[in-house]
Structures are given as C-alpha cells and as structure tokens.
Design a protein around this ligand. Structure first.
Ligand code: AMP
Length: 346
C-alpha cells in the first residue's frame, strides 16, 4: 500500500465514507490499508496490532461494509450476524461506540453486552433484531444459556485483544461460544502478542488468513523520558504520593499488579489529599465509568489501574505514567509507557 491510499480507493460504501469524513480521518492507517480490502471480501485475518494503531476501524469498517452490501434475507430478534468478543467491559463499550460512529449514516443495529450490570435491559434489547453484538465472553454465554441470544446465524466473528482474553482465563468460554456458531464463517483475530497458545487458537479457527503486522506507534518512543526511582518496598506508596504532590503532576496513570494493591495505593493518595481513584475488574461498572470520566476530565488526578483494566482507557496523550510494579512481560511495559509521548508531546 502506498501513502496515496484513501478510504474511497478501498471501495468502502458511501455512508461509511461519510462517517470517516465526519470523524476527520484523511488517510487509512497501515493496518486499515492492509486489513480493510481483505476483510471486505470475506477473508480471515490474523493481525498483530495494539491499541493506537487504528485496529478498531480496521475491522469495523469492512464488517459494516459487508453488512450493507449483503443484506440478510430475514431479520431475527437476538440473532446477530457479527459477534465481536473483547476481554473487558471498557473495551467492549469502546468498540461498540466505534461501531455507532462509523455506522452513523446506516441503519445497522448494534448492541454491547457485558457482565457486572443488570442483564434484563440486555435481554429486552435482544428481543429486537440486531446486526452486530460486541460482548465479553462470560456475558454472552449467560445469554446463550438463557436462550436470549442465538449465535447460529453468526457470519463474522472477531476476537479482539485475544492475548488478553487468554490471560484472563477466557479460553474455555471462547471455545463454548464458538461451538454455538456455524462452522462456515469469517474469523478475525487481533492480538498484541503471539504466545504459542494464541498461535494454536489462531491455527484452529482461522482459514487461510492473511497475516498483518503493524509496529505499535510507540516502539521508538524517543519522546518519553524514563526515570527509575530506587526505594524500599515499604516506602513506595509514601514516595509516590510525595513525588506527585511535590511535582504538581496531573493525569497520572499508575500501574499496579493487583487489585488489592491498586486499592491500597489509591486510598493512601486520597488520604494525602490527592484526588485518586482505583480502576480494576472488581469495581462495579458505574464506579469504573465514574473513575474514567473523572480522569478524562482532569478531576481525578491519579488513576491507579491494573494492566487489564487500563486496556480500556481511551486517552491518547497522558503526561505521566508510573510503574508501581514492573509488568511481567516487556510488551506490557512498552504499552504502558506508550500512553505518554504521543502525537508529538513529551
Ligand atoms: P484503535 O487502535 O482502534 O484503538 O484507534 C486509536 C485511535 O485512532 C482512535 O481514537 C481512533 O479514533 C483513531 N483513528 C483510527 N483510524 C484513524 C485514521 N485513519 N486517521 C486518524 N485517526 C484514526
């Protein structure tokens, strides 16, 4: 693909091109230029891509294009043609927001399903026809067992952030969901990392996929200044609180390994007069939304998160990231600090 590639030259339907223009995108990102034409024609895809590469539009746009160009014979309630599985509620909500954005000039109906919230409104929504569902694996299985969703008409399946889903122990849920879908379908798998487990899964579900790999935009993040602070374990909380207060930092994202650790640190920071919030999987959906909104608006000064919860934070340019504990794998470190130094900022 050369740099002259435009969304129009990829052959996307007019209502989608309009939404792309509305969003202010001028050119497809590398993953979009590679993935869109192939996915539009129904092919399977194995993509190595992280958040920030434009991967969401990379699969959403061609999927919407297919839905538009091949109308379903008869619409059934609760029987989606497209199922997108994501590891977290935040990511599910974010992806569905993208679907709504890119589908704004179409009549495609989408729905987001995740746990931690009352299932009844979701059941009611599934009583109407729906084209596309974005869901976390556990909740979609809940709906399957209550027979409120029917996956037997799935034409396209997307596994987004598949590595995270496996890390979170969703492999059995995923397999159970797949068993309820028709064997003949399109499959797209996105993952930032490729363990042997991911390769096995990809090998089992993808048919003649094209492989697309894009370097995360943050691999050579020269604009990020990295500092190491050596201290006793027992002084870490006190020191972080001191550094943030003394430096007058704002919008600080702190990574902790455990939910418990995140809670303890957030409590300590609050006690010291900083507006801090913890973000992790044990929090209720409303608490998470509140923490995220507060952090985005700048009201929450410090957000203490676990890696998994932080995946759903859609903030492109953070000024400060603190690794309270080092991550287990180097990719996570790159991903964590890559939330700073974007788009020319330091
Ligand atoms: P993603 O990697 O899907 O999380 O997308 C990262 C960000 O890039 C999102 O905020 C998108 O709105 C934005 N984005 C996606 N595609 C484009 C594009 N072609 N041009 C400019 N921004 C884009």
């Amino acid at each position: 693909m050369n740099s002259d590639t435009t969304f129009a030259s990829l052959g996307l339907a007019a209502p989608l091109l309009q939404a792309i223009t509305d969003a202010g995108y001028t050119h497809p990102t590398p993953i979009q230029a590679q993935a869109i034409p192939h996915v539009m024609t129904g092919g399977d895809l194995l993509a190595a891509a992280q958040t920030g590469t434009g991967k969401t539009a990379g699969f959403t746009l061609p999927i919407l294009h297919r839905l538009l160009s091949q109308p379903a014979p008869k619409q059934q309630p609760g029987s989606p043609r497209v199922v997108i599985l994501t590891p977290t509620r935040e990511l599910a909500a974010q992806v569905e927001e993208s679907v709504r954005l890119y589908g704004a000039h179409t009549r495609i109906r989408s729905l987001v399903l995740f746990g931690g919230v009352n299932i009844n409104p979701q059941i009611r929504a599934l009583q109407k026809p729906v084209d596309l569902v974005v869901a976390t694996p556990g909740r979609v299985l809940d709906h399957c067992s209550q027979k409120t969703i029917d996956l037997s008409r799935t034409e396209t399946l997307v596994l987004d952030e598949a590595d995270r889903m496996l890390d979170m122990g969703f492999i059995r849920d995923i397999r159970r969901v797949l068993a309820l879908m028709p064997k003949q379908r399109q499959n797209l798998l996105f993952s930032a990392t490729f363990s042997s487990e991911i390769r096995t899964l990809a090998h089992q579900i993808l048919k003649d996929p094209i492989e697309v790999s894009v370097a995360p935009r943050n691999t050579t993040a020269e604009r990020i200044t990295q500092n190491v602070v050596l201290t006793e374990q027992s002084h870490k909380r006190e020191l972080i609180s001191h550094i943030i207060r003394e430096s007058g930092w704002h919008q600080v994202l702190v990574f902790c390994r455990t939910k418990h650790g995140a809670n303890r640190l957030a409590e300590k920071l609050c006690k010291d007069g900083l507006n801090a919030a913890a973000l992790h999987g044990n929090k209720s959906q409303s608490a998470r939304t509140r923490a995220l909104d507060g952090f985005k608006s700048g009201k929450v000064v410090v957000l203490v998160a676990t890696d998994i919860a932080a995946r759903g934070i859609d903030i492109d340019q953070l000024p400060y990231v603190i690794n309270f504990e080092l991550p287990q794998v180097p990719e996570d470190y790159v991903h964590r600090i890559g939330r700073t130094g974007r788009a020319g900022s330091d």
